[in-house]
Design a protein around this ligand. Structure first.
Ligand code: DGL
Length: 252
């Protein structure tokens, strides 16, 4: 079974890592649109166009299910793509539901790209819940490029960008961009008493629920950068290095 995972860049590895745990026997095609990252600063039209191209590529390669491993692309393009294709298209959304289930009397902070934070979809998602007033939003426009360049000390940037949000007021910090998982250690330093959560496990659980039962196949992963298969040893080891960091961040 071929499954396509798509992100603007390396953030989507957060979901690949989770998929390899929950469904190791599939053949994964991981598509990072490295020619066009970051999406979070682009227009909705551009994001729609680039996401459509990536999904068309993965469908042509024979994928029977696509995971939009990007909150920004999900917010902009998921509905339109689901109307266009018959195969399942699963998207990731900020884990607001889970955060609000645990926040008790403290607040929830959702951090994401500017497009996700400004988008109607996130506001609609939050408004469904009775205690929607407990949610604060903050766009972090620089973090995606820092993740792409493996610059993982984001503390000075985050301290400044999050200065308005008093750590003691928050019990939940929701990482609403898959690139932000690379900085889980940074967020835990700034919000030592909060849970730092994301939607990766839930999204992959949803993916698994839509697929036929797993076989005993060995499974495989093929990486693509904007439609070009990655075959050189140096780039492949960079993908593995990033997966390793995400595994480490998960254990914190
Ligand atoms: N990783 C993507 C997300 O989850 C967006 C990154 C970007 O801005 O390109 O929102």
């Amino acid at each position: 079974m071929k499954i396509g995972l798509f992100d603007s860049g390396m953030g989507g590895l957060t979901l690949l890592e989770e998929a390899l745990i929950q469904r190791p026997g599939a053949d994964y095609l991981f598509y990072a649109d490295t020619d066009h990252v970051p999406y979070g600063l682009r227009s909705r039209e551009e994001i729609m166009q680039f996401t459509s191209q990536a999904v068309a590529f993965l469908a042509d390669e024979g994928c029977e299910c696509i995971v939009l491993a990007c909150n920004t692309a999900t917010a902009v393009a998921a509905e339109a793509l689901r109307a266009q294709y018959t195969m399942p298209i699963v998207g990731i959304e900020p884990a607001v539901k889970s955060a609000l289930a645990h926040h008790a009397d403290k607040r929830v902070l959702v951090v994401a790209t500017p497009v996700t934070i400004r988008g109607e979809k996130l506001l609609r998602l939050i408004d469904q819940f009775e205690d929607h007033d407990a949610v604060d939003l903050c766009a972090l426009p620089d973090l995606v490029c820092m993740a792409e360049s493996e610059q993982y000390n984001a503390l000075p940037y985050l301290k400044n960008a999050l200065a308005a949000f008093e750590p003691q007021n928050y019990s939940e910090v929701v990482l609403g961009c898959t690139h932000f998982n690379y900085f889980r250690d940074n967020f835990l330093t700034l919000f030592p008493n909060a849970e730092v959560i994301d939607g990766a496990a839930g999204t992959i659980r949803r993916m698994c629920s839509l697929l036929p039962p797993e076989t005993n196949d060995a499974g495989s992963v093929t990486f693509y950068c904007s439609g070009r298969e990655v075959t050189d040893a140096e780039s492949l080891s960079a993908f593995r290095r990033r997966l390793e960091r995400l595994r480490r961040m998960r254990t914190l």
